[in-house]
Design a protein. Structure first.
Length: 370
């Protein structure tokens, strides 16, 4: 028997910039002129039906006016579009319009668009570059930093995907002014999550400045955008592939994602995560990891942001318990939860492991009491 060894050691630099500001469309064009994606001159602008007239069409026009080849590819707005079937539909449309490996994807929208477009870019032609132009607070807080791209399945969310880093991310705070109030509020859940897991001072800032944030005052919005990026980056740079530390970013998501799916997406992602954060802090309280006062502070901040803190009556609690097993942190058939250690820290279960094995009976007890 003979063995031929294929040596493929590589060093890959996936460094990219996140630009935070107001009215960044011209900055995008300037970056393209300056070689952000090399010599590529053909762009697929992927967006949703809500964002299309507000931001995607103006960006398309700027690309065309600059002499680039560009077309729009639009999906229906909403989490229901983040599927394998929708990805395949977009791929087929791109192929029909003669898109090949010499193109770049520009994702213009919120987390659904950036997740779907980033996944598509990672597999189309075995990989083409992509750019995120984030238009929502939720995308600014969560979806646009870290390179996790995925689609949902009927069984669970975000289980099919890959790690794929963009060439650049634009967080255009100007766009937040056109968001429905509910979307702004939903986006704050991931912001509160970041404060709970990593920075007590940021938690206190949110508590003191929530009214300014909800009014979308520029100084407050710029600050939370920068802090969200900083906190997520400090986790991702240590664990890009979610082999350990990056699990902390799933705080509140074990219950949150299950509720989101069972609601049939009546609940927005941030609304479901907010309820999941309450379940998590209640569990942490029962295990002596937070005090009663700290637990109440977390719930009070979520309420101050206008986020829900109770499981809706239409959610079957027993089905919710069973749905927890679709969470990606489950190991050997056991539920695992990321838990706070006070406010601004995550409890380490064992060296390099940040998710606690939790018995189903304990999870049920917490859920039934909410």
């Amino acid at each position: 028997m003979r063995t031929f060894r294929v040596a493929l050691k590589r060093v890959v630099d996936d460094t990219y910039d996140v630009e935070i500001g107001y009215g960044l469309q011209d900055h995008l064009l300037e970056d393209l002129r300056n070689g952000l994606v090399g010599r590529i001159r053909k762009f697929a602008v992927i967006t949703d039906s809500n964002v299309k007239p507000l931001y995607a069409e103006p960006i398309l026009k700027k690309l065309l006016d600059e002499g680039y080849a560009a077309e729009l590819f639009t999906i229906p707005a909403g989490e229901e579009s983040k599927t394998r079937e929708m990805k395949a539909r977009l791929e087929d449309e791109m192929l029909e319009r003669e898109y090949r490996r010499d193109c770049c994807v520009i994702a213009v929208g919120g987390g659904v668009v950036t997740d779907l477009a980033g996944f598509l870019a990672g597999t189309f032609g075995r990989g083409v570059p992509f750019i995120n132009y984030a238009t929502t607070l939720l995308a600014a807080a969560d979806a646009s930093v870290g390179g996790k791209t995925a689609v949902d399945t009927p069984r669970a969310t975000n289980l099919i995907g890959l790690f794929n880093q963009p060439k650049k991310v634009y967080l255009d705070i100007e766009n937040w002014k056109t968001l429905p109030k509910r979307q702004v509020i939903s986006g704050l859940a991931e912001t509160v999550k970041h404060a709970c897991l990593a920075d007590r001072a940021f938690f206190d800032y949110l508590d003191a400045h929530m009214e300014e944030i909800l009014r979308l005052e520029p100084e407050a919005c710029t600050h939370i955008a920068e802090e969200n990026c900083r906190i997520k980056y400090e986790v991702v740079m240590k664990d890009e592939r979610e082999s350990g530390l990056r699990e902390v970013l799933n705080l509140g998501h074990t219950v949150g994602r299950a509720i989101e799916t069972l609601s049939g997406y009546q609940l927005m992602h941030g609304e479901a995560v907010s309820i999941g954060l309450v379940a998590e802090v209640d569990l942490a309280l029962s295990m002596g990891l937070v005090t009663g006062e700290e637990r109440d502070m977390v719930v009070a901040l979520l309420k101050k942001a206008g986020l829900p803190v109770d499981i809706p009556e239409y959610i079957d609690r027993e089905k919710l318990v069973k749905k927890l097993y679709t969470d990606k942190k489950v190991r050997d058939g056991r539920l695992r939860f990321v838990l706070q250690d006070g406010i601004g820290r995550i409890k380490e279960y064992e060296p390099g492991v940040y998710a606690f094995p939790i018995e189903e009976a304990k999870a049920r007890e917490i859920i039934m009491a909410m």
